[in-house]
Design a protein around this ligand. Structure first.
Ligand SMILES: C[S@@+](CC[C@H](N)C(=O)[O-])C[C@H]1O[C@@H](n2cnc3c(N)ncnc32)[C@H](O)[C@@H]1O
Length: 190
């Protein structure tokens, strides 16, 4: 009888995992195709050290990763500067749970805060650093949000996608023809 319950429980768990995965996957595809939202495509591991270095964090920095996926950018930056504050927002359930699991496994749940939330609803007014790896469409809406919210001298690093109006202070070519755009958010209130 116990074996029956164990097998039945395992089957239910398996089905539940698939339902969550399919819900997230199809929901993510709909958002991508209808609203131009970025899907979960993690930054390549080979790019992490360069991005973390270029972030130029210090002990007082507050870094937001908007659409943080599995939190790999936050973890890479934490490894370079453990005294800064790290916050990630992720809308999609699968990368969000994966990020939480990874942070738990690394013992970094307290040091790196990841929330399941639409970053357009987040308050970014205390950010000193922001990381983006999103989509052309989202960059347009974000530029408006930044114009209203973000404080002067905030350093914004964007992988692959430019803000439509702001001029990057630097553009760095990474491996595999990826471009990293760096904005010093002082001179570009549109
Ligand atoms: C291209 S991935 C980048 C993930 C991570 N930043 C990295 O570099 O590895 C973009 C992520 O943003 C998330 N995302 C897209 N729009 C979002 C929104 N409005 N609010 C929160 N997360 C969002 C997606 O679910 C996806 O996981």
């Amino acid at each position: 009888m116990i074996t029956f319950y164990v097998i039945f429980g395992a089957i239910l768990l398996f089905i539940a995992i698939w339902v969550v995965f399919l819900y997230s996957f199809t929901g993510g595809l709909v958002e991508t195709f209808l609203h131009g939202e970025a899907p979960f495509v993690p930054t390549k591991s080979a790019h992490l050290p360069e991005i973390a270095k270029r972030m130029s964090l210090d002990e007082k920095s507050i870094l937001y990763d908007l659409g943080c996926g599995d939190a790999r950018i936050l973890v890479a930056c934490y490894r370079c500067q453990p005294k800064a504050r790290y916050i990630g927002y992720e809308k999609d359930i699968v990368p969000y749970l994966w990020a939480k699991f990874r942070l738990w496994r690394m013992g970094l749940l307290k040091e790196i805060k990841v929330y399941r939330k639409d970053f357009f609803e987040a308050d970014l007014s205390d950010a000193t650093h922001v990381f983006l790896y999103l989509s052309t469409k989202q960059m347009e809406s974000l530029e408006k949000k930044f114009g209203n919210e973000i404080k002067k001298n905030t350093r914004v690093l964007s992988l692959c996608f430019k803000l439509p109006n702001a001029v990057p202070s630097k553009s760095i070519s990474l491996k595999e023809k990826k471009e990293l755009y760096i904005y010093e958010y002082s001179c570009q209130k549109a």
